[in-house]
Design a protein around this ligand. Structure first.
Ligand code: PHE
Length: 359
């Protein structure tokens, strides 16, 4: 048999073999392995081509053309089988169990909760709400007039100093307390009463941010206050004491005592600091002397208060001979710090999740 005939015969045998092998390949990997076995460097076709040496020159073009056709057929069959396998795989995926998109994800985003300062603020507003006080908002950017002048601060009062307040320019500043709401609400109620002829009556609370040039472990340049005031005929110090006692019992439990210590604020007369009995220690249990919260005194200062000064009524258009009223104001961070034993006010504003997650 001539060399050319041998090559032809071998090619034909290979043709049958690869057709069967490709068709039987169960997946892409097996198919590629068969392809390499045939056309790779050490493949079966390479072995056949080695025989070309013995093919006489006049037969070579014909045999060469045969080889090329063979290679083309192999590639066509390979691509065809590859496409068929891809389609099979896709069909199997589509026919299989669907992906369960309701399964929980791998990442978990913890649920948020109110910041302790806002939680305490809402609690205080709710207590005064139950006592009949209506909550109103108030601006943080305020006129000097509403923050100081109409509250009867003398022009040279140290609180009005550039060192103690944040001024935007002449006459405008960040409010230093929530008492500005007294001025706004009393002025509004006075003009309403004048317009309608109805008697004036106010029972208002207002909570929000205030600003002072103060910065240490218990003071922050921005903090929050809650203000309350009541104006009517015949309001006396007794009502003020009653309201603050009811408040203390709601906040710290039944029987919590309240005491007033005389103090001075330009917009009240008389004025007082409000102390509540320390809820963190007790004489009976012998823990009082060592109590770090009340420093062994048994009392915690929580608010300033007093009877509305007649000058404030005059400045807001209310008749001081007909109406009286009381007012109080307290720091919300202080209440939160006492409650949770937080030693440094900055912890409340750094927003470290390791701290906030504890509430
Ligand atoms: N505004 C006062 C302060 O910030 C507190 C206060 C409010 C005192 C109302 C008396 C009456 O210190």
């Amino acid at each position: 048999m001539s060399a050319a005939a041998i090559v032809e015969e071998r090619l034909a045998a290979l043709g049958t073999r690869f057709t069967e092998a490709f068709a039987a390949a169960p997946n892409e990997q097996a198919l590629r392995a068969e392809h390499a076995k045939l056309l790779g460097k050490k493949g079966e076709l390479t072995a056949v081509l080695a025989l070309m040496r013995d093919v006489p020159a006049e037969a070579r073009p014909r045999i060469g053309a045969l080889v090329n056709t063979f290679k083309e057929e192999v590639e066509r069959a390979f691509e065809g089988r590859l496409a068929a396998l891809g389609k099979e795989k896709l069909q199997a995926e589509l026919a299989g169990r669907p992906h369960d998109i309701s399964l929980p994800g791998r990442l978990s985003f913890g649920r948020g909760h109110p910041h302790p300062v806002l939680a305490v603020k809402d609690e205080l507003l709710a207590i005064f709400g139950d006592l009949g006080f209506r909550s109103v908002p108030g601006p943080e950017i305020e006129l000097e007039e509403n923050n100081f002048t109409k509250l009867a601060f003398p022009p040279d009062h140290p609180a009005t100093d550039m060192q103690d307040s944040f001024w935007f320019g002449p006459g405008v500043l960040l409010r230093t307390h929530t008492s500005n709401v007294q001025v706004r609400e009393m002025s509004r109620a006075a003009s309403e009463a004048a317009a309608t002829g109805a008697p004036l009556r106010l029972a208002v609370v207002s909570a929000g941010a205030v600003y002072r040039r103060d910065d240490d472990v218990t003071h922050s340049p921005m903090f929050h206050q809650i203000e309350g005031f009541l104006v009517d005929e015949h309001v006396s110090l007794a009502e003020l004491r009653g309201v603050l006692s009811a408040f203390a019992e709601r906040l710290y439990g039944p029987g919590t005592p309240v005491r007033f210590r005389p103090s001075y604020f330009p917009f009240v007369e008389p004025g007082a600091e409000v102390d509540v009995g320390c809820v963190f220690c007790s004489v009976a249990a012998g823990t009082r002397a060592a109590c770090r919260v009340c420093k062994g005194t048994g009392w915690l200062e929580i608010a300033g208060c007093g009877m509305v000064h007649p000058d404030v009524f005059r400045h807001t258009g209310i008749d001081p001979d007909r109406y009286t009223g009381f007012a109080f104001g307290m720091g919300i961070e202080r209440i939160a710090m006492l409650r949770y034993g937080i030693p440094n006010i900055r912890l409340l504003f750094e927003n470290d999740p390791r701290f906030l997650a504890q509430f």
